[in-house]
Write a protein that binds this ligand. Structure first.
Ligand code: WTA
Length: 632
């Protein structure tokens, strides 16, 4: 097993070692895994192209390390513990032995249906065990999985299928979320109707048993093709740098990018970070509430915990069903030891009142985690007092889809914690703050742009099908550094606080969205001439979506607003619906025609005391009009 740090001295020592001799440090961690043939070099890199390789020429399979490796010592221990949406329905458990058998059956079925090494398989599924089993089955045979969050629209799904030229979609019939029953297979059918020529098969898991349109040529039932397979399947020998998965995420321009992660480095880093950030001990029950449709679910529901031989819980439902005590009821029911969630969920549950957590015995909790967006002080304090009872350190973990694993975080019981501070870099991670010209801001008490200096094993390798974009977005802003897109500050003692995005990416309830993407969706409405979208502070969601819209030939009423929300839901999904729409006659533009978003952001945030210089605008008068309109 990778090193588990247990004291401050050890952290400081390891940190030093990991930065003075990264190859020695990561080589040692990597050698704790099973390699079918050993790597001959630890790291090779060049941020110009970029070209990053870890554990060169090593051959392994991440599922061997997640499953087979644990069979001898913990074959009968629970690997996945599944809590269904309905609190009265049966919990399901898979021991390591059972999970291996289930993964092998699914892997054999995939092979039988013509899926092989390098083929892309899209998942569009709720949080059922089959989602974890299916992704692991892909990894077993070297197929590349790409999970699309099941809240995305048919259009968004089709875009991802086509970008990845996937051969197969794996979905469920329906998805139960709270009191809703969502027709998942219907969305897949709608996506196919938009045109997905690469798709050869749709594999449908029967989740609720509701009626679906069954297409005899494309569709196959999971139970027909998977259940009868052999439970033995040799793991494919994967090169360390072979692709493991693609995960689409939003950037500041254009369509979502397919972030590519590879087998060896991702394996080493997710296991190492999981064991340290959560201080997982034998027999603990660990629960991350994220959806596997996001990176948090990939790294810290599936891969990290299973690599570490942990018991990982998956929850199908939502925090407020059947009531606002559900998370705490589950913590009590399963005696959860490590609990990892998002600030938006904490704020939403905090708003429901202290009486909800007070009803449950939360004494099993040892570590509380936060991820996805900055956590405000009030939410941090509430989490600490009402959930952790002051006994469970909060790990405010900063990272990104692109980083693959947690980068900056306190280590519970090892380093200190401070509200709203992600605090300290993980061993092997070298964060730096720079000014806009790329000059490093040395020392403490500074604020700047967050970059990372040296490669780490789980960093993205490319953007699927568009390596140039990978270089432009992450490696061209500053020489020899990975640019995160976030702004951050350091306190007097060097703890890091991540403030938020400095680009046109917004973070709504922990969901990453490009303002350009939302604008493109809004612009699909025939009566919209132009739009500009910005984020603004929102009590529960962190950021809300504010849309300024220029329209023509339509009454500016609620019916029109509804139509716009409908278009956004269709193009992206309900998570991208604007919270506020303001109709305007123009947008503030520079003489070169660029929208001055800075001004729009200030107006949306109701912070117009200092708008800065507007005299350079092409149309300075519009600012006054928009400010007036914002009041109404
Ligand atoms: C933000 C989620 C402050 C940040 C794992 C980052 C955070 C983006 C934190 C990545 C945190 C994530 N404190 N901000 N602890 N964690 N972020 O790709 O802006 O969905 O760039 O990955 O979320 O979002 P993503």
């Amino acid at each position: 097993m990778t090193t588990q740090i247990s004291s401050l001295e050890e952290y400081q020592q390891l940190y030093k070692e990991s930065t003075s001799d990264p190859e020695g440090f990561w080589g040692k961690q990597a050698n704790t895994f099973t390699w079918f043939s050993p790597f001959d070099k630890v790291c090779e890199w060049n941020f110009e192209e970029p070209r990053v390789k870890w554990f060169l020429n090593g051959k392994t399979n991440i599922t061997y390390n997640c499953l087979d490796r644990h069979i001898a010592t913990k074959g009968d221990q629970t690997a996945i513990l599944w809590e269904p949406n309905d609190p009265n329905a049966a919990v399901q458990t898979y021991t390591y032995k059972e999970l291996l058998a289930a993964v092998n059956k699914c892997a054999n079925a995939l092979k039988e249906m013509g899926i092989g090494k390098g083929d892309r398989v899209i998942f569009y599924m709720p949080m059922t065990p089959e989602l974890a089993i299916g992704t692991l089955a892909c990894a077993r045979i070297g197929a590349i999985h790409s999970v699309v969050f099941a809240g995305f629209s048919a259009k968004a799904l089709a875009d991802r299928v086509n970008d990845a030229t996937a051969k197969m979609i794996i979905c469920s019939d329906y998805n139960q979320r709270g009191s809703k029953n969502i027709p998942v297979k219907q969305v897949v059918d709608d996506a196919l109707a938009l045109g997905c020529p690469s798709i050869e098969t749709v594999l449908v898991h029967q989740n609720t048993g509701g009626d679906i349109n069954f297409n005899e040529t494309l569709d196959k039932w999971w139970h027909d093709v998977v259940d009868a397979q052999s439970d033995q399947c040799e793991p494919e020998q994967m090169d360390s740098e072979d692709m493991l998965f693609i995960l689409y995420t939003s950037g500041s321009t254009g369509k979502p990018k397919g972030v590519v992660h590879t087998c060896g480095g991702y394996m080493v880093y997710t296991c190492f970070s999981f064991r340290n950030v959560f201080q997982y001990k034998e027999g603990d029950v660990y629960w991350c509430t994220a959806d596997i449709g996001w990176i948090t679910g990939h790294s810290y529901i599936v891969y990290g915990p299973l690599l570490a031989g942990a018991t990982t819980m998956m929850f199908e439902g939502v925090p407020t069903f059947p009531d606002a005590g559900r998370f705490w009821a589950i913590c009590e029911k399963h005696k959860v030891n490590q609990f990892y969630t998002a600030p938006t969920a904490i704020r939403a549950l905090m708003a429901k009142g202290d009486e909800w957590p007070a009803k449950y015995d939360l004494s099993s909790l040892k570590v509380l985690g936060s991820v996805g967006e900055p956590i405000n002080e009030e939410a941090w304090n509430w989490y600490n007092e009402h959930i952790g009872k002051g006994n469970a350190p909060i790990v405010d973990t900063w990272w990104q889809t692109e980083t693959g694993g947690i980068m900056i975080t306190p280590l519970p019981g090892v380093t200190d914690t401070k509200p709203t501070y992600a605090s300290y870099p993980m061993p092997g991670i070298q964060p730096v703050l720079v000014d806009k010209d790329g000059n490093e801001l040395a020392g403490n008490n500074v604020e700047g742009l967050l970059c990372i200096k040296h490669p780490w094993p789980s960093m993205l390798r490319t953007v699927y099908g568009d390596h140039k974009r990978c270089q432009n977005v992450y490696f061209s802003a500053f020489k020899n550094m990975y640019f995160t897109g976030d702004g951050a500050r350091k306190d007097e003692e060097g703890r890091i606080r991540v403030i938020g995005r400095v680009d046109d990416v917004i973070n709504v309830s922990g969901h990453r969205m490009g303002t350009a993407e939302v604008e493109n969706a809004i612009n699909e409405h025939p009566n919209v001439v132009e739009s500009a979208v910005v984020g603004y502070p929102h009590d529960i969601k962190g950021q809300g979506i504010y849309a300024y819209i220029i329209s023509q030939g339509k009454d500016l009423d609620d019916a029109f607003r509804k139509e716009i929300l409908g278009v956004v839901t269709e193009e992206i999904g309900p998570i991208a619906k604007p919270d506020k729409i303001q109709f305007v006659s123009g947008l503030p533009k520079t003489r070169s025609g660029k929208i001055m978003r800075r001004i729009l952001r200030k107006i949306a945030s109701n912070d117009t005391s200092n708008l800065g210089d507007v005299s350079t605008l092409l149309n300075p008068d519009i600012v006054e009009e928009i400010m007036e309109g914002a009041k109404g």
